[in-house]
Design a protein around this ligand. Structure first.
Ligand SMILES: Cc1cc2nc3c(=O)[nH]c(=O)nc-3n(C[C@H](O)[C@H](O)[C@H](O)COP(=O)(O)OP(=O)(O)OC[C@H]3O[C@@H](n4cnc5c(N)ncnc54)[C@H](O)[C@@H]3O)c2cc1C
Length: 425
């Protein structure tokens, strides 16, 4: 078998594992990275700790155009394969509640382990090289046109390869290099691009909630699209100057981002006492009356929900926080109901997301239906696509990196095989 030449565009998570896998399968591999180093986004992952995979990998944790194909793909390179791949390249991991992290608790160790292995395998990494165009050659293979981006070197260069892997990422955090340029390259090669939008991010709302900005509270957040319940998540909610954030919000952000992008009516209903049944609420209200009847209105709610929220809800209901609860009830019995309603059903009109700069991933891209099970394009032979380039995005918890490892590893092997065959003919 010949030693074919494989070009990998993008030295992020999926590009680096693809490079290692292609080189281990015997290919001569060159990685083109526009930034001055590989794996820049990896350093930001998991708050600097890198949640690199999850024990509960399954199709339900992903959004994609052909969900039926996901299970078999994820089985071929799942979390066990990821953990064992990293062990083999020198990175030990540990598991906590199903989430996997490097033993060092440092995302930089993941970047280093991949870098070291690429070097040992003779992968040529060309940083500061922005790929602008890829053309299919009539004799087979590809011409990669790229531009050097340093002060000293600004040449435009063209080079030929037998196979090419597009690993340019999506559009989240463009300063890390993934600004969507990969989609233009794929589109020029005949692929369609499904609408790209931010995902795994905070949401913005119409109401002015600056007064409760900074509050963190356990809550259930339910998203309604055109008044129909779409999804719901419970966890630590964070209220911000412009809207809502935190893990439960990230988990529902895919649905919210798509619906607001399509101009639909979206609102989030927040329950600050999640899991409290109607019967338990009734009991709680009764016992609170006995306990707190002589307390002031704000004291009535102390110990139940965050104090800043209480003040805010009182002001919305035009109740003086210092009034005696017995007086509040005398004056208007439903004033108490109103505050309870806010604790259980606090509604915010969702206007959109905080954008790509602050999103962990992006949805959309090349449909999975346009590649085969080895991530080779159905449109252009010898072209492979990995990671966020494809229209598959996962929930929070290591699912997106698992997608990058899975697609990169499988595409790397397949591209090496394709390039070797091409080199022989
Ligand atoms: C703050 C943050 C935290 C995250 N935390 C986690 C986490 O803990 N767990 C998890 O599973 N996921 C996490 N993610 C998501 C995860 O990082 C991504 O899903 C993953 O990095 C995608 O891998 P990729 O290879 O597709 O793209 P990327 O890692 O984005 O890599 C793409 C690379 O291609 C390069 N490139 C782009 N265009 C070109 C071009 N034209 N020419 C040359 N080079 C180009 C870019 O510079 C970049 O280096 C997080 C993301 C962010 C932003």
């Amino acid at each position: 078998m010949g030693k074919g030449k494989v070009a990998i565009i993008g030295g992020g998570a999926s590009g680096m594992i693809a490079a290692i896998s292609a080189a281990m399968s015997g290919a001569s591999v060159t990685v083109f990275e526009r930034g001055d180093k590989v794996g820049r986004k990896l350093l930001m992952t998991g708050n600097g700790k890198c949640n690199l995979t999850n024990k509960n990998i399954s199709a339900e944790n992903y959004y994609c155009d052909v969900p039926g194909r996901l299970s078999s793909i994820l089985e071929r390179f799942g979390y066990e394969e990821t953990v064992s791949f990293f062990y083999d390249i020198g990175l030990l991991t540990y598991e906590k509640n199903g989430y996997y992290y490097p033993m060092s608790n440092q995302a930089s160790s993941v970047q280093d382990a991949l870098r070291f292995r690429m070097k040992e395998l003779g992968v040529e990494v060309r940083t500061n090289c922005l790929v602008q165009k890829i053309s299919s050659l009539q004799k087979g293979g590809f011409a990669i046109s790229y531009k050097e981006t340093t002060e000293d070197h600004r040449r435009n260069i063209k080079e030929n390869f037998d196979a090419c892997i597009l690993s340019c990422g999506g559009r989240s955090v463009p300063k890390t290099g993934s600004d969507g340029s990969g989609y233009d390259i794929a589109n020029a090669l005949g692929h369609s691009i499904r609408t790209v939008r931010p995902a795994l991010c905070a949401l913005t709302c119409e109401e002015n909630i600056k007064a409760i900005s900074g509050v963190r509270a356990t809550a259930e957040v339910t998203l309604y699209v055109d008044d129909k319940k779409a999804c719901s998540e419970t966890g630590e909610l964070q209220l911000t100057d412009s809207g809502i954030s935190g893990i439960p919000v990230f988990q529902i952000s895919h649905v919210a981002s798509k619906a607001t992008g399509e101009g639909r009516d979206v609102h989030a209903r927040i329950d600050f006492l999640p899991g409290l049944s109607a019967a338990d609420e009734k009991k709680l209200r009764h016992s609170r009356h006995l306990l707190t009847f002589d307390r002031t209105a704000d004291e009535y709610f102390v110990g139940m929900i965050n104090k800043k929220l209480i003040q805010y809800f009182m002001s919305l209901c035009h109740i003086s926080a210092r009034s005696k609860m017995s007086d509040v009830l005398k004056f208007s019995y439903n004033a108490e109901d109103k505050i309870w309603k806010m604790c259980r059903n606090f509604d915010l009109k969702i206007t959109g997301t905080v954008g790509y700069e602050n999103s962990q991933t992006s949805m959309g891209g090349v449909p999975l239906s346009e590649v085969n099970d080895r991530f080779e394009s159905d449109i252009t032979d010898g072209l492979f696509l990995t990671g966020e380039m494809l229209d598959v995005d996962g929930k929070c918890g290591g699912f997106n990196l698992q997608w990058a490892w899975c697609t990169g590893y499988i595409a790397g092997e397949a591209a090496a095989e394709y390039a070797a065959d091409a080199d022989e003919t």
